[in-house]
Design a protein around this ligand. Sequence first.
Ligand SMILES: C[S@@+](CC[C@H](N)C(=O)[O-])C[C@H]1O[C@@H](n2cnc3c(N)ncnc32)[C@H](O)[C@@H]1O
Ligand code: SF4
Length: 336
Amino acid sequence: MLLDTYNRPIKDLRISVTDRCNFRCSYCMPLDEYEWIDKKEILTFEEIARLARLFVQSGVEKIRLTGGEPLVRQDLPRLIERLSALEGLEDLCLTTNGALLAERIDALQQAGLRRVNISIDTLDPDKFKRMTKRGDLNKVLEGIFAAKKTGLAPIKLNAVVERGVNDDDILPLVEFSREHGFGMRFIEYMDVGNSNGWTSAKLVSKKEIIEKVHARYPLREIGRDKGSAPSVDYEFVDGRGDIGVIASVTEPFCSSCTRIRLTADGKIVTCLFSQLGHDVKSRLRTGASDAEISEFIGKLWRGRTDRYSAERLEALKSSSYDPKSHRKIEMISLGG
Ligand SMILES: C[S@@+](CC[C@H](N)C(=O)[O-])C[C@H]1O[C@@H](n2cnc3c(N)ncnc32)[C@H](O)[C@@H]1O
Ligand code: SF4
C-alpha cells in the first residue's frame, strides 16, 4: 500500500476536467484575474484515462470528476465510459453546478456514472443569481430532479455557507432535501485560491450550522464515511434523511486525508491548498512508460507532508493567519 509521510494511504482521486465554468460564484471564481488554461494544455480523455488507470493501480478506489464545471467539457460521457471500465475502481462520481445536468444526465448514467453531487447554495432565485453571477436556479432544480428520476443514489446537494449571504438558507435547504430525499452537505467557506476575499468573519462554523439545524430537526452524529470522508455526517432522529458538514477550517481532517488531485492541465496536486502542482503531462507527452509514471506518482505520494488546514487552524487560534501570505492554486483549475 502506498503511504505518505504521515502514513495516509492514497485512495481518492479528484480530476478537474476543465477550468472553464458557466457560473462565477464569488467564493470560488476570480472574475477578471484568471488566465484561462490554453486548450492545447488541457489533458485529453485518453491522457486522463491512462493516468486514472495508473492511479487505481497505485491504490485509488474512488474518482470524482470536477472542475471548473465538468459538464461544460464536451463529450464527458466518453471519459466516464472509460473510467467506469477501470478494474478496481469502486466509486465514480461527479460534482456539478447542475445547470446542464437535465440535458446530460441520461448519457452520463448510461456511460457508467454512479453518483452525483450538485451544488446549490440557496433556493431564492434572485440570491442564486447574485451568488453565481449568471446562474438560473430553475435550471439547477431541473437538473436535480432529472438526476433523481434516473434513480442515481444517493444524490447529495452541496452548499457553501457564507455569513451574511446565505446563512439564512440553511433551514430552507435542509427542508428541501428532507422533503425530496437528498443528502444535504454544508461546506464551511474556505480560503481557496487567492481572489475570493476570504476572511474568518465570513465563515459560519460547523458547530453553528449543526446547532441551527439540531434546534429545529434533532440530529444524531454518524461520523465520517469510511473514517476518512471530508464530511462529518448526521442523521435526523425522526429518520427522514441525513446531512453533513465539511469543516475544513474549524475541524480540519488532514490527518485522515487520502485525496490526490489532477488538474485540467496535467499537474498532480497533493493538497487543496497547495502552492504548486507536479507536472505529469510533459511525461505523458514525451513517451514515459506506465512504470515511469507510476514511479512518479509513488514518489510524490510517499513524500507528501501536507497538513495545510491543520496549520491554518493553529494560526487562526494564535491570530497570526493571513490567507494572502500563501499563494495557492485556484480552485477552478485543481477541482474542489
Ligand atoms: C470548485 S466546484 C467544481 C464543481 C462544480 N462547478 C460545482 O460547483 O459543483 C466544487 C465544489 O467546491 C465548492 N467550493 C468552491 N469554492 C469554495 C470555497 N471558497 N469554500 C468552500 N467550498 C467551495 C463548490 O461549492 C462546489 O461544491
Ligand atoms: S463553485 Fe463550481 S459553479 Fe461556482 S464558480 Fe466554482 S466551479 Fe463554477
